[in-house]
Design a binder for this molecule. Structure first.
Ligand code: BGC
Length: 423
């Protein structure tokens, strides 16, 4: 019997991890910081009612009921420890790192650039470049300067010019370090959580406003992509798109239709409007949605600490669908799970690697995999308790401990890279 050909990862495949500024740096000053201080008490008071169904409720209840859980404060103290954190990437044999630049640090007041912050990120880029680690830079990851919000943020199309001025500044300052650029992280998630569901600042619950904010962000992305391409043809630009896999749980017409409509609304509605301006598509994959009739129900036994159904193998179908539809190379910009006891991460990553191989075998041009997250960090409205890190961060002294699954993953990456990306 002929031996099955081993699937090779492309030679320059990026193996790495992701974070975002607000979630990891600490000491930020944006619309989230203000909101966290105002809402911490009520979030703590509502924790039992909101999160009691979480699988680890007994372990997390104490933390979830403390107001401090909901205040990012020093986050993972990455701002002061980035050198140490980049050494962790090296230890894990990674060659890429996704992070975001905090707009509110670069431009704390309208039109005023903070020279120290500009210098800070220059040193940050330098530290990555010394280690031969490819930066994947996000320009906007959910957080906005307060002055921009006061002008109406992305509710107003005319405010897009402020974002573009910031993008231009970044392109001018850091041109020599830049290649992969994510303009906006998950524009549809921001529009949904902040303007439709109302669970993030400014906590509006208006579908109409949500659609507006989404469209203005997509317009901002297209303009930013144009500006970046004009600034330097080397730049490779995309948004990071949260993409779930929607599928029918049975043969009923309603189940099939619901899955298709949901997939279209959550993926294609956004992607159709931006893919032409993208050199690749950044994909954030966390979960699948299985439809019975018009209801989503994933009865899998395995769930994460956030009660998300874990179906890592479906990443293959997500990649194949996006590749077929948009004919662009793909980069996995986020993928991971909240797993504080590190019981499922190794299994998840293993299945994910197989899913990526399957997709590559089917002709998907996959350029890399960036795990969410390098570090335990501040998980937005849930606060500090969900642990997404390959590396655990102690909440008191910020010491870092590499989780066993990460040590295993680091060895796998080493094996793949040393064999010229062969698995
Ligand atoms: C976001 C991250 C977040 C992760 C896990 C993604 O949607 O980009 O900021 O931490 O999901 O919830």
């Amino acid at each position: 019997m002929a031996k099955k050909q081993i699937v090779q990862f492309p030679k320059r495949f990026l193996w790495g991890a992701s974070i975002s500024a607000h979630q990891a740096e600490g000491g930020t000053d944006n619309q989230w910081n203000a909101w966290e201080l105002e809402n911490a008490k009520s979030s703590a008071a509502q924790a039992q009612y909101k999160d009691e169904h979480m699988p680890l409720w007994d372990e997390i209840r104490h933390t979830a009921k403390q107001p401090e859980n909901y205040i990012s404060a020093d986050a993972s103290d990455h701002k002061n420890r980035f050198e140490e954190d980049f050494s962790l990437l090296e230890l894990l044999n990674m060659n890429a790192f996704r992070f975001s630049i905090e707009w509110s640090r670069i431009e704390p007041q309208e039109g005023t650039w903070d020279t120290e912050a500009v210098q800070y990120y220059r040193e940050y880029f330098e530290a990555l470049s010394r280690r031969g680690i490819e930066p994947v830079v996000t320009l906007l990851h959910f957080t906005l300067p307060v002055w921009f919000v006061e002008k109406g943020g992305f509710e107003k199309r005319s405010n897009v010019k402020y974002f573009l001025r910031y993008v231009e500044k970044i392109a001018n300052e850091y041109s020599k370090y830049l290649r992969y650029i994510i303009t906006i992280n998950e524009p549809e998630v921001y529009a949904h959580e902040s303007y439709m569901a109302g669970s993030w600042p400014p906590q509006r619950q208006s579908k109409w406003l949500g659609w507006r904010v989404l469209h203005h962000q997509l317009h901002a992305h297209r303009k930013a992509a144009k500006l970046l391409h004009q600034a330097n043809r080397r730049f490779r630009v995309s948004i990071a798109k949260n993409s779930s896999y929607c599928y029918p749980g049975d043969d009923a017409i309603l189940s099939r239709m619901s899955a298709a409509v949901y997939q279209y609304l959550t993926d294609d509605y956004t992607l159709r409007r931006v893919y032409k301006s993208c050199d690749f598509i950044g994909v954030n994959y966390y979960f699948s949605n299985r439809f019975y009739g018009y209801r989503i129900h994933n009865p899998e036994k395995r769930v994460s600490d956030l009660d998300w159904a874990l179906e890592p193998e479906n990443l293959q179908y997500v990649l194949e669908r996006l590749s077929r539809k948009y004919k662009k190379p793909l980069l996995i910009t986020e993928n991971g799970l909240a797993d504080q006891n590190d019981e499922q991460r190794k299994w998840w990553i293993g299945k994910t690697i197989v899913a990526m191989q399957g997709a590559i075998e089917e002709g998907v041009r996959l350029e890399g995999y960036l795990h969410w997250s390098l570090l335990d960090n501040f998980e937005w409205a849930y606060g500090h308790w969900p642990k997404f890190g390959l590396v655990a961060v102690d909440r008191k002294d910020f010491s870092r401990t590499i989780r066993p699954s990460a040590i295993w993953f680091g060895a796998i990456i080493k094996g793949i890279r040393s064999k010229g990306q062969r698995t």
